[in-house]
Design a binder for this molecule. Structure first.
Ligand code: PQQ
Ligand code: CA
Length: 551
């Protein structure tokens, strides 16, 4: 039934969220993925126990954080569903099921969550609409078509809400779209602005493309941005260039594999930083950088921290007019970069490991990178950044010129040609890493001998790090200071969701969706072909799990 006493969401509440709520993708606009709740600690986490579960009835990858506003939980699942649940009891209030078109091909069948504003919530769908639901009843308030799913345009991200604007970015880098970030009026769904991530004729940066390449150059913007409330700047990550081999789109290819600084009022690009040029590896740099105040080399830096898919841990400085390169270092082994130019921050490519047309080229890490979209976290207590990384994976493919057919995959290689190779003799793959972003030192690392690590990480003030992401279905808690594994719980499926923490009536809860699929499954399929003795089958089917300390 309908929700009574729903707490409307305001800009003031999003900017200063109550400790017990999780209303934004990473809880706070700075993207840190940190909960200030500290009832559950490194000492007592061994007593963490399930209090309720909820089967979503949906297969495929459940990637969304359970969003919590004053005791009400909103869970987005694959296939366009949203479930409103009493966060204390696990009882359902309502469920929204989108009717997806029969001919919809979902390359990435998932949703990363719902955004909140006043008494509504907002879902971006894989058939490329933004839908506003009444938070109390789940009834559709408005439904706006963004682009045409028949042209390979879709959305998987959780919308970012700033000042009543619903900000989204499109997917489709593997279909040769031209990426964009767009804002809709939270009240009525009217489009307020749209900024293409690839500059058109006459716009700055257009000359980093040749001919008509820019029209289908990729640069999809398929993850939620972060927001600097002091300078009113949105930081948004941009994806790979299309098609994959850089030879097919000569130039630096702005703003692919970059971060954009946008004015949320009009979508104007204030400034940008491109992590790597002429992307050729499908290395989307879409996870928005975390906004962290750093003390580095004796100075205060308002930083942007981004452990990249390109295997480099990036530390940048944000100023109102410019983003400066501060430091970068590889956080997993890579043969693609020979170094980083200290002045410009541009990585120096080794041409032997850059895909070309007509010849197979191998490169490390694989096309899933040192870290794909699953989020890193920052703990304000330890001052460390926690990275879900993958080591000992390489990839390769033979570039091939194929004509673009709207709505069909346009990779610049045969899909069966891609895949992943485990380095011979590798003793592990997934790595949960803890880095000090101020010094560039790795403080600890936990290795997963038989699994990739493909799930987001969350930090809490109880000095805990929560993560799933492995093919053994476990959900885990680590000591944030030492990396010691303190607790684990086997769940129904593999976890590629995002852990959150919330509080009701004095009890701290941890919530996660377990539901394997999308690229965690694709890496699993590729791992199995490497004959390294890992469990082939990870069962699918989504379940929301909620934990608290045993009383
Ligand atoms: O270029 C794109 O537009 C695009 C979109 C998405 C997506 O929307 O999920 C993914 C990717 N690329 C991608 O390269 C990738 O590795 C990936 C993994 C996943 C996932 O949900 O596990 N999505 C995506
Ligand atoms: Ca991509």
């Amino acid at each position: 039934g309908p929700i009574e006493n729903y707490a409307p969401v305001t800009q003031q509440r999003l900017e200063n969220p109550e400790p017990g709520n999780w209303m934004l993708y990473r809880r706070t606009y700075d993207g840190q993925g940190y909960s200030p709740l500290d009832q559950i600690t490194a000492d007592n986490v061994k007593n963490l126990t399930p209090v309720w579960t909820f089967a979503t009835g949906v297969v495929e990858g459940h990637e969304a954080p359970p969003i919590v506003n004053n005791g009400v939980m909103f869970v987005a699942t694959p296939m366009g569903q949203v479930i409103a649940i009493n966060a204390k009891t696990g009882d359902e209030y309502w469920r929204y099921k989108r009717q997806l078109p029969d001919d919809l091909f979902q390359l990435h069948p998932t949703s990363r969550g719902v955004g909140l504003w006043e008494d509504k919530l907002y879902l971006a769908t894989t058939d490329d609409h933004v839908v506003a639901l009444d938070a109390k009843t789940g009834k559709v308030v408005w439904d706006t078509k963004v682009q045409d799913y028949k042209k390979g345009q879709y959305m998987t991200l959780m919308p970012l809400i700033v000042d009543g604007k619903v900000i989204v970015g499109g997917s489709g880098g593997e279909f040769g779209v031209r990426g964009y970030v767009a804002a809709y009026d939270a009240k009525d769904g009217k489009e307020l602005w749209r900024t293409y991530t690839i500059p058109g004729e006459g716009e700055p940066g257009h000359d980093t493309w040749q001919g008509d390449d820019w029209k289908n150059g990729g640069g999809s913007a398929w993850m939620t941005g972060n927001y600097d409330k002091d300078t009113k700047t949105v930081y948004w990550g941009v994806g790979n260039a299309a098609p994959w081999p850089g030879e097919m789109h000569p130039g630096d290819n702005l703003y692919t594999s970059s971060v954009l600084a946008l004015d949320p009022n009009n979508g104007k690009i204030k400034t940008y930083h491109q992590y790597h040029q002429n992307d050729s590896w499908d290395w989307d740099e879409v996870e928005a950088p975390m906004l962290i105040d750093l003390q580095r080399d004796g100075r205060n830096i308002k930083s942007l921290v981004h452990p990249g898919r390109d295997a480099i841990f990036w530390v940048l400085e944000r100023t109102p007019t410019k983003i400066n390169y501060v430091a970068g270092w590889p956080f997993v082994a890579t043969d693609v970069w020979k170094g980083i130019d200290a002045e410009s921050g541009k990585p120096i490519v080794d041409p032997d490991h850059k895909p070309v047309v007509g010849k197979r080229v191998e490169f490390c890490p694989s096309l899933w990178g040192g870290k794909d979209w699953p989020s890193a976290a920052y703990s304000q207590k330890t001052g460390l950044v926690y990275v879900p990384a993958n080591e000992n994976f390489c990839g390769g493919f033979t570039g091939e010129k194929v004509p673009l057919k709207p709505g069909e995959l346009w990779l610049g290689t045969k899909p069966e040609d891609i895949g992943l190779k485990a380095k011979p003799g590798a003793d592990h793959f997934g790595e949960l890493q803890a880095w000090d972003p101020a010094t560039g030192k790795k403080v600890w690392q936990h290795n997963f001998p038989k699994s990739q690590l493909f799930g987001s990480v969350t930090a809490t003030a109880g000095d805990l790090i929560f993560a799933g992401g492995t093919n053994d279905r476990n959900f885990r808690a680590f000591n944030a200071k030492t990396g010691e594994l303190l607790w684990e719980q086997k769940t129904n499926s593999g976890i590629m969701g995002m852990p959150v923490s919330y509080e009701i009536d004095g009890t701290q809860y941890i919530a996660i969706q377990s539901g394997w699929g999308v690229d965690a499954q694709r890496i699993q399929d590729a791992l199995v072909t490497n004959n390294i003795g890992i469990e082939a089958n990870v069962p699918q089917g989504g379940v929301v799990w909620v934990f608290a300390l045993k009383k």
